[in-house]
Write a protein that binds this ligand. Structure first.
Ligand code: ATP
Length: 525
């Protein structure tokens, strides 16, 4: 399926089945803002639970907080966001469309990479079993030429970004003949910096003093609470603080559904450590976070690391965990070694002492920080795009198909649906009793309308792992039919075994236990 088609199908499926709606839909939506529907909110809550339990319960030395969205304006001066939380924007004069200059260049570079991949594919077909990819990459003239173009472009682009050279960014766009996808022209404006923070006024007096920002990341809420938590929790380094909450960014170009939103949610953890230990902990968290993603079963090939060459001014190592979205590999989580920059800045701006006395070293220092930062909405998108499956079920020329969301059972919005075969003869009463027994433990649905086949399809479309049907045999022997979502296998089981089967297959703790068993030693630097 073409990438665009796949994303479009996903967007309409999400709307049709109550996962995600455009915000203020009856007013035709608001750009890059979305609402989660009845099934979306359950999936989202399950993702949060999976993250929260992994971070705070599986790591004794990590605790959570829930800081306010509004923060003292000085926070954002100290963090550098007022001065430098910018994206370089450029307009096309003909289409009047606005773009991020860095994105235009990166997309152009992606096309060069795609050229190489296409070449490799063609050669693999030509040479068959004898094909040696490494050798081909090292010797093909065509590949070498494109690779050199990529290298030159990357060096020039990184230098321009590092030097904040906006003219050079524009010149790269012109030199690479990058055109506006709408107008097809190179009639570009200058590149300007655009601050991504939303601001508003607090209180009734609107002067400069009262300007406050909607937080563009949750991390600062953790840094400004470092002392409170460390002291009241009697935390000893190394320790972490985790938080889930909304963040806001006035993104210049907001496309690709919930991948880039103006209001979104982050799940961030700041891990406070001794200076000098940062590269070891950076490696530890890189491994652990990737394990957390891969434990969901979407296949390790669908994840990759992208180590940053260009580092933010405060970082001394950074990587992204990228997922293979319908639009290609893109960042879902960032892991950053942030040094003592943030705590150091807050110490300076607030005048408060944020030093930690380390009894083992008999020494005070400003702790270093490793951050893991994941976008909840991007994680949601990775799960639904990995789960969306169209299946052809044609048998003996009788056409049939289904759309099934193969969401990991532990995260599925509804765990079990209960159906009476018909709406009479006491079957609904037994089904409702079963439903009442199950509903304290699992999110359940009760359905009695339409044929069983149609009810199955509706549950497949929202990813319900189990459907249970009460029929006439139930009256005789207290058994029910339980149907598995992915295999569509049906089994006859005792009614009082249903809860155990659902629990065995849908309990988030089973994944967490496996992850706990795989904990790793702190690696060497
Ligand atoms: P990008 O380069 O894609 O703009 P970023 O590097 O600015 O992302 P971070 O500041 O590291 O992102 O934010 C941490 C995480 O928050 C990202 O990995 C992503 O999952 C999520 N995130 C950031 N911006 C958005 C957004 N506009 N919409 C949805 N999620 C976002």
């Amino acid at each position: 399926m073409a990438q665009d088609d796949q994303l479009k199908k996903l967007i309409s499926h999400c709307k049709e089945y109550g996962f995600i709606f455009p915000s203020s839909d009856i007013y035709d939506g608001l750009a890059a803002v979305y609402d989660y529907g009845q099934n979306g909110v359950e999936l989202k809550n399950n993702i949060k639970e999976y993250w929260w339990k992994f971070m705070t319960r599986l790591h004794e030395n990590i605790v959570g907080i829930d800081a306010a969205i509004f923060m003292h304006p000085k926070t954002w001066e100290a963090s550098g966001h007022v001065a430098a939380f910018n994206d370089p924007l450029i307009d096309n004069r003909d289409s009047k469309k606005r773009y991020r200059a860095d994105n235009l260049i990166e997309e152009y570079r992606d096309k060069l990479y795609a050229k190489i991949e296409k070449d490799v594919e063609k050669a693999a077909k030509r040479f068959g079993d004898k094909f040696d990819k490494e050798k081909y990459l090292a010797t093909s003239e065509n590949v070498q030429k494109v690779q050199q173009q990529i290298n030159e472009l990357t060096a020039r682009y990184d230098k321009a970004l590092n030097e904040n050279n906006l003219e050079e960014l524009r010149q790269i766009i012109l030199d690479c003949d990058i055109v506006c996808p709408i107008s097809g022209t190179k009639n570009w404006t200058e590149v300007r910096q655009f601050n991504l923070m939303f601001s508003t006024k607090m209180g009734s007096v609107s002067d400069e003093q009262s300007t406050i920002y909607l937080r563009p990341e949750t991390a600062q809420g953790i840094f400004v609470n470092y002392l409170n938590v460390q002291k009241t929790g009697r935390m000893k380094i190394p320790f972490g603080i985790a938080q889930i909450g909304k963040a806001f960014r006035n993104e210049i170009v907001a496309r690709q559904f919930i991948f880039r939103m103006r209001e979104f949610e982050q799940m961030e953890m700041q891990f406070f450590i001794r200076p000098g230990q940062e590269l070891r902990w950076f490696k530890y968290w890189k491994t652990m976070r990737r394990k957390w993603h891969e434990a969901l079963g979407f296949g390790s090939d669908n994840y990759r690391f992208h180590d940053h060459e260009k580092l933010a001014h405060y970082a001394n190592a950074a990587t992204d965990i990228e997922y293979n979205f319908p639009m290609g590999f893109k960042e879902v989580e960032g892991i950053h070694s942030r040094t003592d920059f943030d705590l150091g800045q807050h110490q300076k701006y607030s005048g408060k002492n944020i030093q930690y006395f380390d009894p083992e070293l008999n020494q005070s220092y400003t702790p270093y920080v490793i951050e893991t930062s994941i976008g909840l909405d991007r994680m949601f998108l990775s799960i639904i795009s990995g789960s969306y499956t169209e299946e052809d079920l044609t048998v003996d020329g009788k056409a049939d198909s289904r759309v099934v969301m193969k969401i990991p059972p532990a995260l599925a919005p509804v765990k079990v649906a209960v159906f009476p075969l018909v709406k009479k003869d006491g079957l609904p009463e037994i089904a409702q009793k079963l439903m009442k027994d199950l509903m304290y433990r699992f999110d359940c649905r009760y359905e009695e309308k339409d044929t069983i086949g149609k009810r199955y399809r509706r549950q497949d479309a929202i990813g319900t792992p189990f459907c249970v049907t009460v029929d006439y045999d139930t009256l005789k022997d207290n058994t029910v039919t339980i149907r598995w979502r992915d295999s569509m296998k049906q089994e006859r089981v005792a009614i009082d075994k249903v809860a155990d089967i659902v629990s065995e297959n849908c309990d988030i703790n089973n994944i967490l236990k496996r992850l706990a068993d795989e904990d790793i030693e702190l690696p060497e630097a």
